[in-house]
Design a binder for this molecule. Structure first.
Ligand code: NAG
Ligand code: NAG
Ligand code: NAG
Ligand code: FE2
Length: 465
C-alpha cells in the first residue's frame, strides 16, 4: 500500500500541478482604485438641463439608418407639444437645405407619460461627408452635425468607441468625458446595452430615461451610437401592470433592423466602413427555430470578408466572464452560437453586463456534446476575442469579486470604470485599447493588436500594457 500509495500521491500531485498550471490564466491587474460609491447625478445637475426655448428639441441622438451607412436616424423629444418631426439637413459645402419627414410616438408607463418622441430617417446621403441638421422646425430650432462614414470597403480605416452599462452617475459622466477627450477620436459608439438604469427608481421612474437622453446628447447628437438591448432595457414590471418588455427603449431608440432582414429591433446588422457589425439580444429567444436564431443562421453566410473584413458582434451578457457576477448567464447562448462564431471567424465579441473590464484569449469551447465530457475552453485561432466592457459607471457600482485562480481563457481583467477604442487600420490590422477613468485621456491600461481572422489569421501579439 505504502509504495503504491506514494506513487498514487505523486501522480495525483502531478495531475493537480497540471490542473493548476492549466487553470492559471493571464493578468489580474494590480491597479487598485479607491473604493467609492457610485451615485446618480441629481436632477438639477448641469448635464440634465433641458435646452432653453419653447418646445425645444432635447435628447437628440442619431444612429445608422440603413445597412451601409448612407442613412441616419435622427431622434429627439419635445415636451410641450408635438411640434414638427421634420429634419432639415445640408452638406457642409452646400446651402441647399433638404427636408426629411419623420414620425412622432408617445407612450405611457405606469403613471408616466412620455414627451413627443420624434424619429426621422434621412436616406441616400453621400459617404464621407459632413452634414448639418436642424430639428425643432417652426419653433425653437437646434442645429447639430454628423459625418457619414466612408463607403464600405476592405481597407477603410475607421475608429469605433466601446461603452457599456453607462447609467447616469458622476462616474458615467467621467466615462463619457474620457471617451470624448480620448485623442484616438472615436467616430461611432458601439454601445453594448444598459443605458439609463431608470428601472433602479420606484416604478422605473421614466423621467430618468429623459435625464439620460439629455446627459448623453452632447455625444449622441453628433455621432451614431449603435444600440444593443440590455436587461435594464426590459422594464418588465407586472407588479405595476407593465408587461410589454422593452417599452421605453423601443419607443425612444430606433435601430435600422429591417435593413438587415430582421423582424425585431433587438437583433440586426450594419456595415460601416470596413466593419460588419452584428447586434444580438441576450434577452430575446435565441434557441433553435426562434426568429433570432433563424436570422443569425441566415446572416452569417452573407458576410463578405473581402468587402468587410472586420466581423464584430455585440451582445449584452458575456459568454466568457470570470467575475463572480452574472456568472454563466451567457452560457446558454454560447452553447447555441459559439460554433457559428468559430466557423465564420468572428474577430471580436463585445459584451457588457458585468461592471468591470475583461479581455479573453482566443478560445473556444465547442467540442463538447452530451456524452464526451470534453468541456474545457481551448486555444483556438479561429475563435473571437471576447471583451467585457460593462464598465461605464452606473449606479450599481463595480464588480470587484473575481473567480480565483484567473481562468486560462482570461487574458486581462480589472475592476475599474472606463471605455475602449477599436481602431481599424486596414484589412489586416486593428489597434484596440482600453482606458480607465482614473488615468489621463491618452493612457492605455490594456491594449492589443488585432490581426484579422480572415486576412491575417495568425496569432495575435501579446498585449502591451
Ligand atoms: C407616480 O406615482 C408615484 C408613487 O405612486 C408618485 O410619487 C409620483 O409623483 C407619481 N408621478 C406622477 C407623474 O403622477
Ligand atoms: C460632466 O462632464 C462635463 C464634461 O466634462 C462637465 O462639463 C460637467 O460639469 C460634468 N458634470 C458633472 C455633474 O460632473
Ligand atoms: C496595415 O496596417 C498595419 C498597422 O498600421 C501596417 O503595419 C501594415 O503595413 C498595413 N498593411 C497594409 C497592406 O497597408
Ligand atoms: Fe446588464
Amino acid at each position: 500500500m505504502g509504495l503504491l500509495g506514494f506513487c498514487d500521491l505523486a501522480l495525483l500531485g502531478l495531475l493537480l500541478n497540471a490542473v493548476v498550471t492549466f487553470c492559471n490564466g493571464g493578468t489580474t491587474s494590480a491597479f487598485v482604485r479607491p473604493v467609492e460609491k457610485t451615485v446618480d447625478m441629481p436632477l438639477h445637475i448641469d448635464v440634465f438641463q433641458a435646452p432653453p426655448g419653447y418646445n425645444a428639441p432635447q435628447q437628440v441622438h442619431i444612429t445608422q439608418g440603413d445597412h451601409v451607412g448612407k442613412g441616419v436616424i435622427v431622434s429627439w423629444v419635445t415636451m410641450d407639444e408635438p411640434g414638427s418631426s421634420t429634419v432639415l439637413y445640408w452638406s457642409e459645402n452646400s446651402k441647399l437645405k433638404n427636408k426629411a419627414m419623420g414620425t412622432t410616438v408617445t407612450y405611457k408607463y405606469y403613471n408616466y407619460t412620455s414627451g413627443y418622441i420624434h424619429h426621422c430617417t434621412i436616406k441616400n446621403l453621400k459617404f464621407n461627408t459632413k452634414y448639418y441638421y436642424e430639428v425643432g422646425v417652426g419653433q425653437s430650432t437646434r442645429t447639430f452635425w454628423f459625418t457619414t462614414p466612408p463607403a464600405v470597403g476592405p481597407d477603410v480605416p475607421y475608429t469605433f468607441g466601446l461603452i457599456g452599462d453607462l447609467g447616469q452617475t458622476y462616474d458615467s459622466n467621467k466615462t463619457l468625458t474620457h471617451y470624448e477627450l480620448n485623442p484616438s477620436k472615436g467616430k461611432t459608439v458601439l454601445f453594448v446595452g444598459d443605458l439609463s438604469y431608470a428601472d433602479h427608481y420606484p416604478n422605473h421612474d421614466n423621467e430618468r430615461w429623459d435625464t439620460w437622453g439629455r446627459f448623453v446628447e452632447r455625444n449622441t447628437a453628433y455621432q451614431p451610437w449603435i444600440w444593443t438591448a440590455g436587461n435594464h432595457e426590459l422594464d418588465f414590471a407586472p407588479e405595476i401592470g407593465e408587461t410589454e418588455p422593452f417599452k421605453p427603449y423601443t419607443h425612444r431608440y430606433y435601430v435600422p433592423y429591417k435593413a438587415s432582414g430582421s423582424t425585431a429591433p433587438f437583433w440586426y446588422s450594419i456595415k460601416r466602413a470596413s466593419a460588419y457589425i452584428i447586434v444580438l439580444s441576450s434577452y430575446s429567444a435565441y434557441g433553435k427555430y426562434t426568429p433570432q436564431n433563424q436570422w443569425l443562421e441566415a446572416e452569417l453566410p452573407k458576410v463578405n470578408r473581402k468587402e468587410t473584413p472586420w466581423l464584430i458582434v455585440l451582445m449584452h451578457s458575456p459568454w466568457y466572464n470570470s467575475y463572480n457576477y452574472h456568472y454563466m448567464e451567457g452560457e446558454t447562448m454560447r452553447v447555441m452560437y459559439e460554433p457559428w462564431f468559430v466557423q465564420y471567424k468572428v474577430d471580436v465579441v463585445f459584451a457588457g453586463h458585468v461592471h468591470a473590464y475583461e479581455r479573453s484569449e482566443r478560445v473556444s469551447n465547442v467540442a463538447y456534446n452530451i456524452v464526451n465530457g470534453v468541456c474545457a475552453p481551448v486555444r483556438d485561432l479561429s475563435a473571437p476575442v471576447y471583451i467585457t466592457i460593462g464598465d461605464g459607471g452606473n449606479i450599481e457600482g463595480l464588480a470587484t469579486d473575481m473567480t480565483e485562480p484567473q481562468p486560462k481563457y482570461s487574458a486581462f481583467r480589472e475592476a475599474s470604470f472606463g471605455h475602449a477604442i477599436f481602431d481599424i487600420k486596414n484589412r489586416t490590422h486593428a489597434y484596440y485599447s482600453w482606458h480607465r477613468n482614473q488615468d489621463g485621456y491618452a493612457v492605455e491600461a490594456d491594449s492589443l493588436w488585432f490581426f484579422n481572422r480572415y486576412w491575417h489569421p495568425v496569432d495575435d501579439s501579446t498585449s502591451v500594457q
